[in-house]
Design a protein around this ligand. Structure first.
Ligand SMILES: *[C@@H]1O[C@H](CO)[C@@H](O)[C@H](O)[C@H]1NC(C)=O
Ligand SMILES: *[C@@H]1O[C@H](CO)[C@@H](O)[C@H](O)[C@H]1NC(C)=O
Ligand SMILES: *[C@@H]1O[C@H](CO)[C@@H](O)[C@H](O)[C@H]1NC(C)=O
Ligand SMILES: *[C@@H]1O[C@H](CO)[C@@H](O)[C@H](O)[C@H]1NC(C)=O
Ligand SMILES: *[C@@H]1O[C@H](CO)[C@@H](O)[C@H](O)[C@H]1NC(C)=O
Ligand SMILES: *[C@@H]1O[C@H](CO)[C@@H](O)[C@H](O)[C@H]1NC(C)=O
Ligand SMILES: *[C@@H]1O[C@H](CO)[C@@H](O)[C@H](O)[C@H]1NC(C)=O
Ligand SMILES: *[C@@H]1O[C@H](CO)[C@@H](O)[C@H](O)[C@H]1NC(C)=O
Ligand SMILES: *[C@@H]1O[C@H](CO)[C@@H](O)[C@H](O)[C@H]1NC(C)=O
Ligand SMILES: *[C@@H]1O[C@H](CO)[C@@H](O)[C@H](O)[C@H]1NC(C)=O
Ligand SMILES: *[C@@H]1O[C@H](CO)[C@@H](O)[C@H](O)[C@H]1NC(C)=O
Ligand SMILES: *[C@@H]1O[C@H](CO)[C@@H](O)[C@H](O)[C@H]1NC(C)=O
Length: 655
């Protein structure tokens, strides 16, 4: 097989050959001496690079006392339980300010919140979930978070929803949405505005630099493409030299980190669990983050709705599903847990939960690529080549994220689906179709009242969402075997979404607290739609110049604010009403008239129209903005180009 060649430079050569098929990408840059400069430059350390190896590899450490254990998922972790009062208390002031600014007529927000604030079950408990969908999802989700963030310029002006983020308890991301959440948290909860604008010498959010080429030459963290791949390759080797299986997800996570983590070489020593050790998290100033992944069961290729779903949070990683029903301490992933304990006499392991690896895990969709390769437009000869490579890779389970040792080995053998598996195999959290990370937020122990579900899924022919993600979560909530106490509002079919326009404007589901499969949160569904830019770019587009990036973020801001309130001046008030809805029900408060109007306007009223709709081609809601610059082919990217780049990444693995 010509592409599986040993040695990096032959690899670049093959990339160059492939490049002839499509002239846009994978242009290896000249080797440059700047790598030395980059290495010499000690960027100010964040609170987070705490891997015991000092680099990408996990390493043995003395077990803390008491020794870490696996626990049954019958409650929240004690860490989360002690953290929550701090966070909930910190949401009171921002929420009061936000709700007061919305000025719901006839409603005194300050005295209402004063009345409910000492009772965790009546104080609104807000979650935000950002879907997958590659960079499209990162950018559209970023637009929503920017709009919700009080730190964004203008976000508390009329027609704006700034302060919602500061009022939220939880923030979940999956795949591309997980890149967003992961990037924000590994960078000390930087605002979207700061990450977007970047800083001199940093390649953070420089999406014009394809992750298949590495950082650009005008930064301080300059690496030639060759040095970039060598750096990544050395780091991944250090993990395998330390005795851990590596897979394509390790390379993927390292490559993504160059853009997502503002530290030299994408912060190889940053761990996900270290978020719990940063001051702003410890004092409850920021929401509790989650990333979500799916399990691919031993000896299966297909991931389905009944696959086990895993959440990663700074304290724990595990699943609420009856098929696992257990949690491991995130910080000690990689330890030899057996039957729930690290055997006496053995050391623990730390640093396995490398931040980029966790982000990569949530977005590992290489196995899907193989399953769907025949429906792509990739030329036949390339398709055959990829199929061969990917089949080889897949046979060794290298196309997924390998969590070996499996922390849940020998734990609860009777009910735990993977109790006999030495390796836990995780894939992209959207592969079971639940592309919005609602899973951690609908667990009854968390008692979330309202979830803002930002959907950037590519469901329709032209990469717009059509409700598939929340339909999937609804269907899962109907399966008595797997739902295990989760409840969800009734959701109509996708044809209804398109026919009624529920996928083109915000829609509330579960307004009627009794029209749910149990005690479920209100879902505020926020679908990606074109306000000022065609933000339906392909999931597989690997690069975006700054103009286009900013346009998609701004479009996402408009999606969140309905164009700064242009389409509906009441929209921000309706956001406030959604926040208060479950609290009103619990306290028996009569719903203010203005909120009733909102609910009439935004709640799905139960109407269904399941006839097959025409192809969905939404038109601009506001006026299109131009992103045209000095003509350059840089933005040209499509699935075939991605695939070419992808082969390079796969081949690197064998170098
Ligand atoms: C709650 O937060 C306020 C300020 O936001 C602070 O003064 C108060 O001490 C906090 N209460 C608790 C119990 O943490
Ligand atoms: C600031 O907000 C106002 C009110 O929503 C809006 O009209 C204006 O366009 C915004 N300004 C910018 C620069 O976005
Ligand atoms: C990136 O890190 C550098 C060094 O710590 C810092 O000065 C800069 O503000 C950071 N940039 C962003 C966008 O966070
Ligand atoms: C559910 O999972 C089992 C075992 O993983 C699998 O055999 C079955 O086909 C799945 N059912 C559906 C409906 O996906
Ligand atoms: C419900 O979930 C169980 C457990 O995962 C699975 O075996 C079963 O096939 C599912 N039922 C349906 C109808 O999908
Ligand atoms: C969830 O699953 C576990 C493990 O099977 C079981 O013990 C528990 O009772 C279930 N919880 C609910 C609410 O059904
Ligand atoms: C974990 O167990 C394996 C063998 O099962 C052993 O080689 C390895 O050293 C152990 N790791 C630690 C940190 O004790
Ligand atoms: C794709 O097509 C090839 C033959 O053209 C076939 O061998 C292969 O199994 C197909 N792959 C999938 C996932 O259907
Ligand atoms: C659970 O499975 C493990 C691995 O096969 C085995 O060593 C252990 O004895 C089993 N535990 C129980 C309680 O059966
Ligand atoms: C909705 O999306 C799903 C998943 O891509 C697709 O199969 C279905 O045809 C779409 N339906 C409509 C009406 O867009
Ligand atoms: C909710 O309302 C819809 C539409 O009226 C109905 O089809 C569905 O059965 C209801 N679900 C529940 C759980 O009440
Ligand atoms: C940025 O990308 C867009 C979309 O591909 C393209 O139209 C535009 O010309 C590019 N701008 C520059 C400065 O390259």
């Amino acid at each position: 097989m010509v592409f599986i060649m040993k040695g990096f430079f032959t690899l670049v050569a093959s990339a160059t050959v492939l490049n002839a098929c499509n002239a846009a990408i994978v242009l290896p840059r000249d080797a440059s001496p700047e790598i030395l400069a980059a290495k010499g430059l000690a960027l100010a350390e964040r609170a987070l690079p705490n891997s015991p190896s000092g680099g990408y590899a996990p390493a043995p450490v003395d077990c803390p006392s008491p020794r870490p254990t696996i626990r049954v998922a019958s409650s929240l972790s004690s860490s989360e339980v002690s953290w929550l009062p701090l966070r909930r208390n910190n949401t009171i002031d921002p929420m009061t300010t936000f709700l007061s600014r919305m000025n719901i007529s006839g409603f005194d927000a300050t005295s209402y919140i004063n009345r409910v604030k000492n009772n965790a079950s009546t104080l609104p408990n807000i979650g935000i979930a950002v879907s997958g969908g590659g960079y499209r999802a990162l950018m559209n989700g970023a637009g929503f978070l920017a709009a919700a963030d009080i730190r964004t310029n203008n976000s508390t002006n009329t027609g704006q929803i700034g302060g919602l983020l500061q009022s939220a308890t939880y923030l979940a991301g999956l795949s591309g949405g997980g890149w967003l959440v992961g990037s924000i948290y590994t960078n000390n909860f930087s605002s979207v505005q700061d990450l977007r604008d970047g800083s001199k010498g940093s390649s953070v959010w420089e999406f014009g630099n394809s992750i298949f080429e590495g950082p650009d030459n005008d930064g301080i963290q300059v690496l030639s493409t060759a040095d970039y791949f060598n750096t990544i390759s050395d780091e991944v080797s250090s993990k395998s030299n330390a005795g851990f299986n590596t897979s394509i997800t390790d390379y993927w996570g390292r490559a993504l980190s160059f853009q997502l983590v503002n530290a030299t070489n994408g912060g190889p020593a940053y761990t996900f669990s270290s978020i719990a050790e940063t001051p702003n998290f410890m004092n409850g100033s920021i929401p509790f983050p989650f990333l979500v992944a799916d399990e691919r069961s031993p000896n299966t290729a297909i991931v389905s709705l009944n696959s086990t779903v895993y959440e990663f949070n700074p304290y724990e990683m595990g699943s609420w599903d009856p098929t696992t029903y257990a949690f491991a301490p995130t910080k000690y992933l990689g330890s030899n847990f057996t039957g729930g304990v690290v055997p006496a006499g053995q050391q623990c392991v730390a640093g396995f939960d490398q931040a980029g690896y966790v982000m990569g895990t949530s977005s590992t969709l290489f196995n899907q690529f193989l399953l769907q390769i025949n429906s792509t437009s990739i030329p036949t000869f390339l398709r055959n080549i990829f199929t061969t490579i990917l089949t080889d890779v897949g046979e060794d389970n290298n196309d997924i994220a390998q969590y070996q040792p499996n922390p849940f080995y020998g734990f609860n053998n009777a009910t735990n689906r993977n109790a006999q598996a030495v390796e836990l195999t995780l894939v992209d959290g959207g592969e079971d179709l639940q592309n919005i990370p609602l899973y951690p937020l609908i667990q009854p122990q968390r008692a979330v009242d309202v979830i803002f579900a930002v959907d950037s899924s590519a469901d329709t022919n032209y990469n717009w969402p059509n409700g598939t993600a929340i339909v999937a979560t609804y269907q899962r909530s109907l399966n008595a075997t797997i739902e295990n106490g989760t409840a969800f509002p009734s959701i109509p079919d996708q044809n209804t979404f398109v026919n009624l326009g529920l996928n083109t404007r915000p829609t509330f589901f579960g307004c009627n607290a009794s029209n749910t499969t149990g005690d479920a949160p209100l879902i505020v569904y926020i679908p990606n739609a074109p306000y000022i830019y065609q933000s339906n770019v392909s999931t597989f587009d690997p690069e975006y110049n700054s103009t286009e990036r900013n346009a998609i973020i701004e479009n996402g801001y408009d999606v969140a604010t309905m164009g700064n309130g242009t389409l509906d001046a009441q929209w921000p008030v309706c956001v406030a009403c959604a926040v208060l809805s479950r609290s009103f029900t619990k306290t028996g408060t009569s719903v203010p008239a203005e909120c009733q109007t909102c609910f009439q306007r935004y709640c799905w009223n139960g109407t269904v129209n399941s006839t097959t709709p025409d192809i969905y081609t939404p038109t601009y809601k506001l006026s299109e903005i131009s992103v045209k610059g000095a003509a350059s082919g840089l933005g040209v990217a499509n699935t075939a180009v991605y695939a070419v780049s992808f082969v390079v990444a796969v081949a690197v693995m064998f170098s």
